[in-house]
Design a protein around this ligand. Structure first.
Ligand code: PLP
Length: 456
């Protein structure tokens, strides 16, 4: 067997991949028939594949490579930390400098009194932590019946048993016995798909009020928390009507429900502020973080916890943790990522340069015959594919067919855009420049044209 390197022919690598590697969210038998695309290296906003293509990454990997690819400083920090202390745990009254420094930095950046961080290896793990933490919080306060967590249909909070249960993805619940008990899902604020004849503000209010109905239905003494992303990402970049979040906040305050903002996508500059909660005016008790925390250079996530919850949890032993909670290399790399975001004024770039250019490009696609609404906040946007804009009609074929077709045309034009059913979503690296955004727009329009021609 020759060494498996980038120098092997694509077909050979694809065959080996299909033979031994099970992929997430993939029909694995397709790998043998079609072969996976093999990404070999990346720099800035561009990926390179084994066929020599240069692909503009409109998704920042999986919504995570906020500082762009190929930053040498990140590699140097990782190597330095590996030489000095590659691993030690944070269990049993032990700690180390990278975890201390990263927790301090996150607390400094986080809004309000979110001053404590419980580290995890991913967003899924962090949301599992949150399930146990909010239930333990209420139990420690003498209210053990408060165990129900309310989430939303079509939400994505991860893929472990706990976080997959929090999520509201039907295809995930159909496999493996999800959801776990005491998770309740209300409807999402997706006006385009579900608003019917209502005006968006009235719809947003009605969808938020479903939270109050659920609380009353189950009884206040049963509800532990409400979890939501400020803007649903994997659900299709669903930007809620302006009336939605203020009403959710009012209800959480009124019934003293813990509010968990899942910032795995929205955090670390994606919406133009450090956190989506700041952009959307939300005051969470806990924030879930991952992805942009390290720009994906190392796997790391966490729960950022307010003083009151941290104090109650800290009053006893919280029987929870991961081998890699606060992993020194991941922590050091995440800290370097935050330094880059801060010292290179990446959030200013989002607000003043990349954001406005991306919005102009994105909304510019709204004249395309296949495009219904275009929506965007900061550097995350989506557009609805539709056969008829005015009536917000759905395609006659199975949901997702047009989206899949469009995604394939994007690939063919060396652009990564993802589809969620028949919505195309984007989330490019935050450091993308206006010329690259223009190129993004050209490739996106060409892909839409080709998809439109195919659909005729
Ligand atoms: N929460 C949100 C909002 C996400 O988008 C994701 C992943 O896409 C997760 C949690 C899960 O994170 P991970 O894939 O790191 O486990």
């Amino acid at each position: 067997m020759p060494a498996i390197t980038n120098h092997l022919p694509t077909a050979e690598l694809q065959a080996l991949d299909a033979a031994h590697h099970m992929h997430p969210f993939t029909t694995n038998k397709d790998l043998a028939d079609k072969g996976a695309r093999i990404i070999t290296r990346a720099k800035g906003v561009y990926l390179h594949d084994s066929e020599g293509n240069e692909i503009l990454d409109g998704m920042a990997g999986l919504w995570c490579v906020n500082i762009g690819y190929g930053r040498e400083e990140m590699a140097e920090v990782a190597a330095r930390q590996m030489r000095e202390l590659p691993f030690y745990n944070t269990f049993f009254m032990t700690t180390h400098v990278p975890a201390i420094a990263l927790a301090q930095k996150i607390a400094e950046l986080a809004p309000g009194d979110l001053n404590q961080v419980f580290f995890a290896g991913s967003g899924s793990e962090a949301n599992d932590t949150n399930i146990r933490m909010v239930r333990t919080y209420w139990a420690m306060k003498g209210k053990p019946t408060k165990s129900i967590i309310i989430s939303r249909k079509n939400a994505y909070h991860g893929s472990s048993v706990g976080s997959g249960s929090l999520g509201g993805m039907t295809p995930m619940h159909e496999q493996g016995g999800l959801p776990i008990p005491d998770i309740h899902h209300i409807n999402q604020p997706n006006w385009w798909a579900e608003g019917g004849g209502m005006d968006p503000d009235a719809f947003g209010l009605a969808r938020a009020q479903e939270l109050e109905q659920a609380i009353l239905e189950h009884g206040e003494d049963r509800i532990a928390a409400f979890i939501a992303e400020p803007i649903q990402g994997a659900g299709g970049v669903i930007i809620p009507p302006a009336t939605y979040w203020p009403e959710i906040q009012r209800i959480c305050d009124k019934y003293e429900i813990l509010l968990i903002a899942d910032e795995v996508i929205c955090g670390f500059g994606r919406t133009g502020n450090w956190f989506g909660s700041q952009t959307l005016g939300i005051k969470p008790h806990i924030m879930t973080i991952a992805k942009g925390l390290s720009s994906g250079y190392q796997p790391i996530g966490g729960s950022v916890v307010c003083d009151e919850v941290a104090e109650v949890i800290g009053s006893g032993e919280f029987n929870h943790g991961y081998t890699y909670s606060g992993h020194p290399v991941a922590s050091a790399v995440a800290l370097e990522n935050l330094r880059i975001l801060q010292e290179e004024h990446v959030l200013d770039h989002v607000r003043d340069v990349a954001g406005p250019a991306l919005h102009e490009m994105w909304h510019g696609l709204s004249d395309h015959p296949l495009v219904g609404e275009t929506t965007i906040v900061g550097m995350m946007g989506s557009l609805a594919l539709t056969p008829h804009k005015e009536s917000r009609a759905k395609f006659a074929m199975e949901a997702g067919t047009a989206g899949f077709m469009c995604r394939e045309r994007c690939f063919a034009n060396n652009l990564v855009m993802r589809h969620v059913y028949d919505r195309m979503v984007i989330s490019p690296p935050l450091i993308i420049n206006p010329d690259e955004i223009k190129e993004f727009g050209r490739r996106a329009r060409k892909a839409l044209d080709e998809c439109h021609a195919q659909l005729k």
